[in-house]
Design a protein around this ligand. Structure first.
Ligand code: ATP
Ligand code: MG
Length: 426
């Protein structure tokens, strides 16, 4: 029978892949903590309305990508496609809207029914932060600086560039929207089917289209920056000044719109040329209306999310953590009868070392294969307990690099010798 395959668009994280993944998450959590972001964990599924209401009825995520299902009680649930809505729902339902600002970090799986390709999965993982409460340019800059610092700590800051834009306030967007509709109508016959629908419902969405013909039309379309109110322009200018104070370099890209409806004012993306079409590794912006839609009052927030898989792919070889280097304990096992004295002693030593925080691999192989595997795994120290040697009270501690060994008859001496070899750069 052929092995059962995982669902399309999902992947297992095994060995180095999981180490890369962990490194990204741990590094991001650490950097975010320096900015005061504390980790929250919200459910992986929410009531569907949490996303349907907030992300925008015409957003790609809501129209095409959500994993929505009735549970056995008939409630409509959705596997979370992103993290912000859940964090805002949690803020509101835990009565924290009066205790602002809140600085939240999160990490975990997200689910979108998309066409799988390099850097695009149906279950993927994100790290993200939300700074909830202050509507101030400094908050936007802090969040962007945090994203930049995470990329720096991962060693990939030189592989990405920061692009920023403003989406303006409501009034700016209304004016821009009207100009967009007028412009797009002339091209309606050439727009993709999706974008023709967007033209009626949410023309801003067209700016985010990945269709090449749409993109060519979009290139000449009216820009939001020409329709900003005085307030929106000043807000954007302040963000740029604040970013300079943080020493974070950026370029302005008036085409950034962000795929979800809840954004206003600042929008930003860190992009790389190293991942082909899936070049955006970390993206976010300010949202003004989201909390309100979830019953959380009128406060705004600013945040970002980054795809862990995409970040993990960008890591440079030397940054990827290695598995812990083990000490090998090798003792030929008898397959029948009571446990031999040597294998019992081997187990005792193994546990003794592990309790002293030393990583130990209890080998199940013959001496020859065990030594070969130890060499392959770059193991430096082996403890060898042959049954005859043990009968004579001789436990061997071998330095596999220097090809030297000592014999001992006391467990404590073995432990001391192992530690000495490990400390000696072995
Ligand atoms: P894209 O334009 O690539 O579809 P998006 O605008 O839908 O991205 P966001 O909702 O802003 O993405 O999510 C933030 C980040 O999460 C993205 O920049 C990306 O790194 C990652 N991401 C989004 N969707 C996926 C996916 N299906 N598989 C892997 N990573 C993803
Ligand atoms: Mg997308």
């Amino acid at each position: 029978m052929p092995p059962v395959q995982p669902p399309r668009g999902t992947h297992d994280l095994i060995g180095e892949e999981q180490r890369r993944h962990r490194f990204v998450t741990d590094t991001a959590r650490e950097v975010a903590a320096r900015y005061g972001f504390e980790e929250w964990a919200t459910p992986i599924f929410e009531k569907t309305e949490v996303f349907a209401r907030t992300l925008g009825e015409t957003s790609d995520v809501v129209t095409k990508e959500m994993y929505t299902f009735p549970d056995r009680g008939g409630d409509s649930l959705t596997l979370r496609p992103e993290g912000t809505a859940g964090v805002c729902r949690a803020l509101a339902s835990n009565g924290l809207t009066q205790t602002l600002p809140q600085r939240v970090f999160y990490a975990g799986p997200m689910f979108r029914y998309e066409r799988p390709q390099k850097g695009r999965f149906r279950q993927f993982h994100q790290i993200g932060v939300e700074l909830l409460g202050p509507t101030h340019a400094i908050a936007d800059a802090e969040v962007i600086a945090c994203g930049y610092d995470i990329l720096r700590a991962l060693g990939i800051a030189d592989d990405v560039r920061l692009e920023i834009n403003t989406l303006g306030d409501d009034e700016s967007r209304r004016a821009h929207r009207a100009a967009l509709i007028t412009y797009m109508r002339d091209f309606a016959h050439r727009l993709s089917d999706d974008s023709r629908i967007r033209l009626e419902k949410n023309p801003l969405r067209i700016l985010d289209s990945k269709d090449p013909v749409d993109q060519a039309i979009v290139a000449q379309a009216p820009k939001i920056t020409d329709y900003l109110t005085g307030y929106a322009r000043e807000y954007y200018d302040n963000v740029k000044v604040a970013l300079s104070e943080c020493d974070v370099a950026f370029i302005e890209n008036p085409r950034i719109v962000r795929g979800l409806d809840y954004y206003s004012h600042t929008a930003f993306e860190f992009v790389t040329v190293r991942l082909g079409a899936q070049g955006t590794v970390l993206a976010g912006g300010r949202y003004q209306d989201l909390l309100n839609q979830l019953g959380g009052g009128m406060s705004g927030g600013v945040g970002f999310a980054a795809g862990i898989e995409r970040l993990a792919m960008l890591l440079h070889e030397e940054r990827i953590p290695k598995p812990p280097r083990h000490v090998s304990v090798i003792s030929p096992l008898n397959t029948e009868g009571p446990l031999s004295e040597s294998s019992r002693l081997a187990l005792k030593i193994t546990e003794r070392l592990r309790r002293d925080n030393i990583a130990v691999d209890y080998s199940y192989w013959s001496l020859k294969r065990a030594l070969k595997r130890a060499a392959d795994a770059d193991v430096h120290v082996a403890v060898i307990l042959g049954s005859e040697e043990v009968a004579q009270g001789a436990i061997v501690v071998r330095d596999l690099r220097r090809r030297e060994q000592t014999t001992h008859d006391e467990i404590e001496d073995v432990v001391t010798q192992v530690k000495k070899l490990l400390a000696g750069g072995a």
